[in-house]
Design a protein around this ligand. Structure first.
Ligand code: DGJ
Length: 750
């Protein structure tokens, strides 16, 4: 028996050998089942698709009594078709469209040749198949083997304009994950302007929920916001061309009383890295519509005859046992079915990046110095950050001039890489491919290659403009430059940075009716180049970064198995940022580096905070005292031992820093043999509380050992070296405070 993992089996409907997706022809019900959840919708006699249910598993398919088909509501337009009188404004609609008597947030809106915007989605036919198709040009979850996922495509039509709509669903058979997306095709006789195409909406039967979102700003990303739903629309979005520092494209809708281990929770993560919208509308009948997709703001897509548009995927998770279970399910699907390539599962190197240690002020000798010190500490890769190219000695020039500055990199790049390799370290490099500096050779030659509106001023940000990745010729040129650099030496890692948002969006290439496509074409261009990189350099470890965590999203994870969380590396601040990100991102994806941002904190505290994610360094190791250096060396090797549990185990958030000045989390290996507890309490003399662990095997005995101790120091914890049952550790817990002598503890239980 295990505590606090999935809900107890006896409370759950077990699906047995049933198919994960069925269509009950008699009841005209589609029913999608994961191990612990059910999602269902109904095809009406009038061929409308009405949502029935999403929540904990139910065995029945005879559930059409759940339909919300109110009779004629006063002062609400109502239809009289095969179902008798009903008002769409009150119904739970599977894929709502605009202009046809449902006044809530629609998923689809268009403009036809007559300037009309009404459209509808009538059921036509369906297909159920094993496996999962790729979404053309877009990141999405995938099936490792065909028997892991079953998919459903529901083919719909709007006979009035010839639009063909495919609603796409995939059900993960071992995880409580359902993905949704939609593709539309112009099968009519005239061009159509698609004005809005959200990926999914889910209708909930009540308004008694809270919405959790992750907001922030630069250096303060992914703080947790939780508010009760209110009547009307409430949403987060980005119209900046990137996911943004301000809001993440993940939302959760949870019971008012939901905690880490109690309550119904719905999580929605959009697999996309551009402008988005995600939110809810609570209507006058106290029902909630949740929606997520590309932001319709300034969006339009011209569909010529026969042309298609594919919307990005939404990953949906339902948990009946709290936010923790929801997070762990997201972690599993992101680790197993979203990240890809060589580095998905194998051991990843601990790297040191020179940025915080040198900023732009470095040369070959300085880098080799850093590499030498790092090698002695057991660090495995040196990453050369911004400033190695063109004449870039500050952030005012040279983006786009991707050729090595040999005044700094004396002897050339290959020489530097070879020397670093000789020291036993791998070598990585920084690029910001999506940007162009007005002070660059490239801009002089091609001033029209940035995103701009002819005749309007071009607003700079960090002295740079955005290069037009919606243009194939521009992408090909930039990729060619990157290819040359990457094939000139043994470069095993790329940090892909992106340090501004898009404005004055336009170019001189696309016709007027396609100008509003640039936002999305740009994102597709970024995906295309990252895909090319991984195809041409399959051994490359790619890390995405966007001025810190502005593009920490599920879309980017398809290309890079790790992402830079934030430029704020103050360990106090990081505790909050990492806590927020962990709501749906696994620790393995969260790059966290020890730096000198807050020298008032001990190197131990900084290292412990980073070790709870993907540990790295951004510091001049020479600035450390001999004792601190010894500590780092030992911590690097400790981390290597803990890494399998942190990377591939289950995360339990135990004590929230948002509720006090104390943060505790534990990871447990999938076989429950090992666990690691991180206890971080940034405030001096915090009141003493014990920490109850979770996810352990109650019948197993664990030996507790404190690790990451300063050299020569012994643990002051009374539990160090003692043995306890998992049952005791989860019911009683451990006293892990030594408030006068240390404010962080890392404990291994095995
Ligand atoms: C912003 C990133 O977040 C930093 O880590 C660093 O790479 C700088 N850009 C370099 O300009």
């Amino acid at each position: 028996m295990l505590y606090y993992s999935y809900p107890k089996p006896e409370n759950q409907h077990q699906r047995g050998n049933e198919m994960p997706i069925i269509y009950d022809e008699k009841k005209r019900v589609f029913k999608l089942d994961t191990p612990n959840t059910t999602y269902a919708f109904h095809v009406t006699n009038s061929n409308h698709l009405l949502h029935l249910y999403y929540g904990a598993s139910i065995p029945e398919t005879d559930i059409t009594h759940m339909l919300r088909i109110p009779n004629d509501e006063p002062f609400v337009p109502s239809t009289h078709d095969g179902m008798g009188p009903h008002s769409f404004d009150c119904a739970a609609i599977e894929f709502p469209t605009s202009g046809v008597a449902d006044f809530r947030e629609p998923c689809m809106q268009l403009m036809d040749k007559y300037g009309m915007s009404a459209c509808e989605c009538y059921y036509d036919s369906y297909a159920i198949y094993k496996g999962k198709k790729k979404l053309e040009g877009l990141p999405a979850t995938y099936a490792n083997t065909d028997d892991e996922v079953t998919s459903l495509e529901v083919y719909c039509k709007d006979p009035h304009n010839g639009l063909e709509i495919t609603l796409q669903y995939s059900v993960f058979e071992k995880l409580d994950v359902i993905t949704r997306s939609v593709k539309v095709k112009n099968g009519g006789a005239d061009p159509i302007e698609l004005r809005r195409l959200l990926s999914a909406c889910v209708e909930l039967d009540s308004k008694d929920y809270d919405m959790i979102t992750l907001y922030g700003t630069w250096a303060r990303e992914r703080h947790v916001q939780r508010n009760p739903l209110h009547f009307g629309k409430q949403l987060v979005d980005s119209c900046r061309g990137a996911t943004s520092h301000a809001h993440n494209n993940f939302i959760a809708i949870v019971d008012h009383k939901a905690t880490e281990d109690y309550g119904d929770c719905y999580g929605f993560a959009l697999c996309y890295s551009g402008s988005f919208v995600a939110g809810c509308e609570v209507n006058q009948y106290e029902k909630t519509r949740v929606f997520s997709g590309i932001n319709p703001y300034d969006f339009s897509w011209h569909l010529d005859l026969g042309e298609e548009f594919q919307a990005p995927e939404v990953i949906m998770v339902f948990s009946a046992s709290g936010i923790g279970t929801m997070s762990r399910t997201f972690h599993d699907v992101m680790r197993n079915n979203l990240t890809r390539g060589k580095w998905k599962d194998i051991r990843r190197p601990i790297l040191i990046n020179n940025w915080e240690a040198t900023y732009f002020n470095f040369d070959t000798d300085k880098l080799l110095d850093i590499a030498r010190e790092s090698a002695k500490a057991g660090i495995e890769m040196l990453v050369m950050d911004d400033g190695w190219f063109g004449h870039r000695n500050d952030d005012k020039s040279s983006l786009g001039d991707w050729f090595v500055n040999e005044d700094k990199i004396k002897g050339g790049l290959k020489h530097l890489v070879d020397e670093v390799n000789k020291l036993g370290l791998k070598f990585g490099i920084w690029f910001e491919p999506e940007m162009i500096s007005p002070d660059s050779e490239l801009y002089k030659a091609h001033p029209d290659w940035c995103i701009h509106i002819p005749g309007r001023p071009r607003t700079p940000c960090r002295s740079q403009l955005v290069i037009d990745f919606s243009r194939k010729d521009v992408r090909d040129y930039i990729y060619g430059q990157m290819y040359k650099i990457l094939s000139s030496a043994n470069i095993e890692y790329v940090k892909w940075d992106m340090n501004r948002q898009l404005c004055e969006v336009g170019n001189e290439v696309l016709p007027p009716e396609r100008q509003r496509e640039i936002w999305h074409r740009y994102v597709l261009g970024v995906y295309e180049i990252q895909e090319r990189l991984l195809t041409d350099f399959p051994d490359l470890l790619l890390e995405n970064c966007a001025g810190g965590g502005s593009r920490f999203d599920a879309g980017m994870l398809y290309y890079s198995p790790q992402i830079w969380c934030s430029d704020d590396t103050d360990p106090y601040e990081r505790i909050y940022i990492q806590w927020g990100l962990s709501k749906f991102f696994p620790a393995k994806t969260m790059s966290s580096h020890v730096t000198n941002w807050n020298r008032n904190t001990s190197v131990k505290f900084r290292t412990d905070a980073c070790s709870s994610c993907k540990l790295g360094f951004d510091i001049d190791l020479k600035s450390l005292s001999a004792e601190e250096y010894q500590f780092v060396k030992q911590a690097v090797s400790n981390y290597d031992l803990m890494k399998p549990v942190i990377f591939d185990g289950d995360l339990y958030r135990l004590v929230s820093p948002y509720e006090g000045n104390h943060c505790a989390i534990n990871y447990v290996s999938k076989d429950h043999q090992r666990a690691v507890l991180f206890d971080l309490h940034p405030r001096y003399m915090e009141p003493l509380t014990t920490v109850r662990l979770q996810g352990l095997d109650p019948d197993r005995t664990y030996t507790v050992r404190e690790t990451n101790l300063m050299p020569g120091k012994k643990s002051e914890l009374t539990c160090d070296g003692k043995q306890y049952s998992g049952d005791y550790l989860m019911k009683v817990g451990l006293s892990v405070f030594t408030p006068r002598t240390g404010n962080s503890h890392v404990l291994i239980l095995e």
